[in-house]
Ligand binder design. Structure first.
Ligand code: ADE
Length: 311
């Protein structure tokens, strides 16, 4: 169920100046408490804008969803999925933090952590192609973040460069959980949980072939998307790209892609291993992390999140 009107509850401890008595006061945050700024992003069902808290001056990214449009397009379900997924994993530095949700007559609002360095697609476009060191720096964080999601019973299903944000330290944060699959917390067997999904397909360029052929999905579709993004970091474009969605799907189903000239052999080897149709041949995240490409990365001690940004 969606939050009550204006319901972003903040519990503040207040001290009575006369008696010194401490009480907890519930303050409801609403849209009136924020000043809206520049537009940060634009999706099919939402707009993201910069928002500044009037009293704390703290900056947020506010995702605004039009209620009438959501209802008409039958997307209300996805808004709730996004909220539930974000709340399940709300204490991780790898995931964009959800601070408050509220609504007014026309819209639903998600007050999210603001990532001042934009998204990973813009970063790749800016550089055209990343070198091996930079690709290793970002891809290590992306695969570790996906691992974290899976460990917490969440399949993202739409991992793509636009959904990878960069915080002030150029550390990545995953966002956009509207198409996530939240697995039952009572079962933690991510191997056997194949979820039938009748109509769901993520973004054409990053969609795994099993989604197109069998329309079932398990956590390994996120691993496929990771392979596509790793390829893109070097090639400057996703591996499966055609003039329209249909032709892109054809390429995905045939796993038809080619490496660009000068593509580093070590990354070529890893991408080749990941972009395989047979789910049982596709490497697990722990196998990917053991690949020679990540030989200088330590995924056990969390250092991929404290490594300095390469020059
Ligand atoms: N674009 C979409 N979400 C964003 C966020 N949380 N921070 C910055 N830009 C964004």
């Amino acid at each position: 169920e969606w939050a009550e009107k204006g319901a972003a509850k903040i519990v503040k401890e207040v001290t009575d100046p006369k008696t010194g008595e401490k009480t907890k006061k519930i303050i409801k945050k609403g849209i009136k408490d924020f000043k809206f700024g520049e537009m940060l992003g634009d999706g099919a069902y939402s707009t993201v804008m910069l928002a500044t808290s009037i009293d704390s001056k703290k900056q947020y990214a506010v995702k605004v969803l039009n209620k009438e449009y959501l209802i008409k397009q039958k997307k209300v379900k996805y808004v709730n999925i996004e909220k539930n997924a974000l709340q399940r994993i709300n204490n991780s530095k790898m995931i964009v933090k959800l601070f408050f949700t509220f609504q007014d007559e026309s819209s639903l609002y998600f007050l999210l952590e603001y990532c001042p360095n934009g998204d990973f697609l813009s970063l790749m476009k800016k550089y055209g192609s990343l070198n091996e060191t930079v690709a290793c720096y970002y891809s290590a964080q992306v695969i570790d973040a996906i691992d974290y999601l899976h460990t917490n019973g969440i399949i993202h299903r739409d991992i793509k460069p636009e959904n990878i944000l960069l915080d002030k330290e150029f550390k990545i944060k995953l966002t956009d959980f509207g198409t996530a699959k939240i697995l039952d917390s009572s079962t933690n067997n991510k191997f056997d949980l194949l979820t039938r999904s009748k109509s769901f397909v993520g973004t054409a360029e990053y969609v795994a072939p099993e989604l197109l052929n069998d329309s079932f999905v398990d956590y390994r579709c996120d691993v496929w998307a990771f392979g596509c993004i790793l390829y893109q970091m070097i090639a400057g474009k996703p591996p499966f790209k055609a003039t329209n969605e249909y032709l892109t799907f054809q390429k995905v189903m045939k796993v038809q892609y080619a490496f660009t000239a000068g593509f580093p052999l070590i990354i070529r080897d890893l991408v080749k291993k990941i972009l395989v149709k047979d789910l049982n041949q596709r490497p697990s995240i722990s196998q990917i992390e053991k690949h020679h490409f990540f030989r200088e990365k330590n995924f056990q001690n969390g250092s991929v999140w404290s490594d300095p940004v390469p020059e």
